[in-house]
Write a protein that binds this ligand. Structure first.
Ligand code: BGC
Length: 734
């Protein structure tokens, strides 16, 4: 390894659930405004329209400048640049009766100008600190361009690879997902929301949008309240606990009620239980969509249902703009309900400092000096390398420098795909190098396109084979076009598309050990490729500096240390597949017995388990030593394990701790992630790791839906992957 690895030691405490304190302070400006606002002006504050720069769905209204001028629209999204937002802000401040400043929102999802890896990739760093820093960079760049508000973090737990938006989240695990949701929130909002370098976070898509039936976007969601609370709600809650002051209601229904009119979600849980004090916005045209759901008669009815359920702001639906004043006049919506919504929105505007200086965020100077800086790009390159997961390696990687290398695949030469979907204001022109360009900087290269990501065209195979034959090492970059994941990008097939895998087979049949680099936004069925490839590096869509980051890992300047945050199935037939499955009454015991919970045609185990990820070195785990074999009440127990670097180079390992509660008042998963630690070890170096287990670590929703532990026996598992662990047992007395 060339670069020195950071001697980082990151102990992540086990998650604990507490209700946040309501620390709401009131702003005199908000009270004064509410006293003088007309009904129409109040309604205007609940209206959010898109600018016509970028449109992510049907744009139902033109002429938004007129709406701003008339006080009919209090917030705008998809407008950016310091100059443009200032122009719009001037209309609101100078040309409306009360001069209330606009709030500018944008989808800053994995970077604004400097694009970081897609969020699923970022989650594979298992490094909340790095994720927080990336959100901080994004916030700085966005805030300089006039933006106040990002529609992130996306907190949707997902175990459904067909769903294209799995790429936007942190994978399948609520514990890891919660740490990441909180880290992103801190990164965006910082310590001072009014600073000109921080932006308001928006927790989305609340709730359970990541569980659409059959993986089809916007589809029905239905799950038990217990499952919802235990596995799906924690990341949203963690972001709110970290201070997020806006929440986006999801498109889906839950238990038959669209989230946009779901009082149970928006009032009982979000506000009453979690103490959320910010405002709730719809996801795009979520209000009128309730007519299509078959939940509202018409847009007016939908507006009534949404406002009465606790939705404060209507994004692009125009239902509030068109009907809310009449709904209040008729008594269908109480004026006090509208007042409350307006108060929440104005309070957030006050917290952002907009009443003090509405132009605070529009700074052409900062826009120039803080955007795409060397530091931002260095951060993006480091995180991109850290997000990559080495799925397989038969000794092919790291590659040698200075040796003739065949680089094959259309994706190898693509700068555009590196950015992934939801790329903020990231531009292809800012990407300094494709993977091909970056490899060329370290070794002599012969390039052949081979084939495109899609289609049946095999005419480039011969040239690719010739290139491979004439080279000492072969890199094949394959995967999905970057627009094959993200919103409205569900797939019914999770194989690598087109003839890309066939090309891999041909190269392997020609006797070549191929290093496959994958660019994709979801877990794929890699059963065939895992047989034929010499190595597989999952690179996701690694962002602006992704070309260099891939080369850093391929040539060993960075030792790969990403771990999967989501399970890779052997076949779509195993989906949903996730590491916190339960035992069932007929667990599979591999005895050949027929009546066990299994498939006839494939093993139960996934191809690559949650937590899996190889390194160029190897790690050995000692047995677990427990400080005691039982503990009780509010006491605790320490579990120690020694990890040794048994290879020949420095490496970083993510030590993962899982718990199983053997018997419960409701059945418990066979394993559940409860802690992890990232450590750097030199060759031959050992380090003892200590995890503390307390009642919080053992807590869950018991039969009566209270949160807490139960007395009984437990298993603790520690290892470098959910399917490769040491085990020990202990008991707990409540
Ligand atoms: C997406 C949201 C996004 C919004 C605004 C919707 O289509 O579901 O994630 O924040 O558009 O662009």
């Amino acid at each position: 390894m060339k670069k020195a690895l950071l001697p980082l030691l990151l102990i992540i405490p086990a998650a604990c659930t507490q209700t946040p304190k309501n620390t709401e302070k009131s702003y005199p400006i908000v009270d004064s405004l509410l006293r003088v606002m007309t009904l129409e002006e109040k309604v205007g504050q609940t209206v959010l329209f898109t600018s016509d720069w970028t449109v992510t769905g049907p744009s139902i209204r033109q002429g938004y400048i007129e709406d701003i001028r008339a006080g009919r629209c209090g917030s705008i999204f998809n407008a950016y640049t310091a100059e443009y937002t200032r122009k719009l802000q001037e209309v609101a401040v100078n040309e409306t009766r009360l001069g209330i400043p606009l709030l500018f929102g944008y989808d800053v999802i994995h970077g604004f100008r400097t694009i970081f890896p897609i969020n699923l990739g970022m989650s594979c760093t298992w490094n909340p600190g790095a994720i927080e820093r990336s959100a901080r960079v994004a916030a700085k760049e966005a805030a300089a361009a006039g933006l106040h508000w990002t529609y992130s973090p996306m907190c949707d737990i997902c175990m459904e690879p067909r769903w294209g938006r799995i790429s936007e989240g942190a994978g399948e695990d609520p514990y890891l997902g919660s740490l990441i949701a909180a880290a992103m929130t801190r990164g965006y909002q910082g310590k001072d929301l009014a600073a000109d370098t921080t932006v308001l976070a928006c927790v989305k898509h609340y709730a359970a949008y990541g569980a659409p039936i059959a993986g089809r976007d916007y589809n029905t969601v239905d799950m038990s309240e217990r499952w919802l609370r235990e596995y799906y709600l924690p990341p949203y809650k963690a972001a709110i606990k970290a201070g997020a002051l806006s929440v986006m209601a999801s498109f889906n229904e839950l238990d038959g009620i669209p989230a946009t009119a779901n009082r149970h979600l928006l009032q009982d849980i979000l506000r009453d239980e979690w103490g959320f004090t910010g405002f709730v916005v719809t996801d795009y045209t979520g209000i009128p969509e309730m007519v299509f759901h078959g939940y509202a008669d018409d847009d007016e009815d939908a507006g009534r249902l949404a406002m009465n359920a606790g939705v404060d702001m209507d994004m692009q639906g125009a239902a509030y703009m068109n009907y809310l004043a009449d709904l209040v006049r008729s008594g269908a919506v109480k004026e006090s309900t509208l007042n409350e919504a307006v108060r929440r929105i104005l309070t957030v505007k006050a917290k952002l400092g907009l009443f003090e200086d509405p132009y605070r965020y529009c700074s052409p100077e900062r826009e120039k000096s803080q955007t795409l800086t060397q530091e931002n790009k260095a951060e993006a390159r480091a995180v991109a390398a850290e997000s990559m997961v080495l799925l397989k390696n038969d000794g092919v990687l790291p590659l040698k420098k200075g040796v003739k290398t065949a680089v094959i695949g259309a994706l190898a030469a693509s700068k555009d795909d590196l950015l992934g979907s939801w790329r903020g204001a990231g531009e292809v022109e800012s990407v300094p190098a494709s993977i091909l360009d970056a490899i060329k900087e370290v070794t002599p290269v012969v390039y052949a396109e081979g084939c495109q990501e899609e289609g049946e065209d095999r005419s480039g195979f011969a040239a690719a084979l010739a290139a491979a034959r004439g080279a000492s090492q072969v890199v094949l970059v394959i995967g999905e076009d970057c627009q094959w994941s993200g919103e409205a990008a569900s797939r019914s097939d999770i194989h690598i598309p087109g003839v890309q895998s066939e090309l891999l087979e041909k190269l392997a049949a020609a006797g070549k050990k191929v290093a496959v680099v994958l660019l994709n936004g979801r877990p794929l069925d890699l059963s065939a490729e895992s047989e034929t490839a010499g190595a597989i590096l999952e690179a996701w869509y690694p962002g602006t500096m992704g070309g260099y980051a891939v080369a850093d890992v391929l040539f060993g300047d960075v030792n790969p240390n990403g771990k999967l945050s989501v399970t890779f199935p052997r076949t779509l037939g195993q989906v949903p597949i996730y590491h916190y499955a339960k035992n069932t009454g007929r667990p599979y015991r591999y005895t050949g017995a027929k009546y066990e919970s299994r498939y006839l045609d494939v093993p139960n185990e996934p191809l690559y388990a949650f937590g899996h990820g190889l390194s160029y070195t190897t790690f050995k785990y000692s047995p677990i030593t427990l400080s005691a074999d039982n503990f009780s009440g509010s006491g605790n127990l320490e579990a120690r394990i020694t990890v040794t670097n048994t290879g020949t180079c420095e490496g970083i390992e993510t030590v993962q701790m899982y718990i199983r509660d053997l018997v419960g008042s409701v059945t418990r998963p066979v394993k559940q992630l409860k802690g992890f630690t990232k450590i750097a070890l030199r060759p031959g170096e050992s380090r003892e790791i200590c995890f503390t287990i307390d009642r919080c670590t053992l807590s869950f929703y018991r039969a009566d839906m209270t949160w807490g532990p139960e007395s009984g026996g437990f298993k603790i598992m520690i290892g470098g992957s959910s399917d490769n662990v040491q085990e020990a047992s202990f008991s707990y007395e409540e």
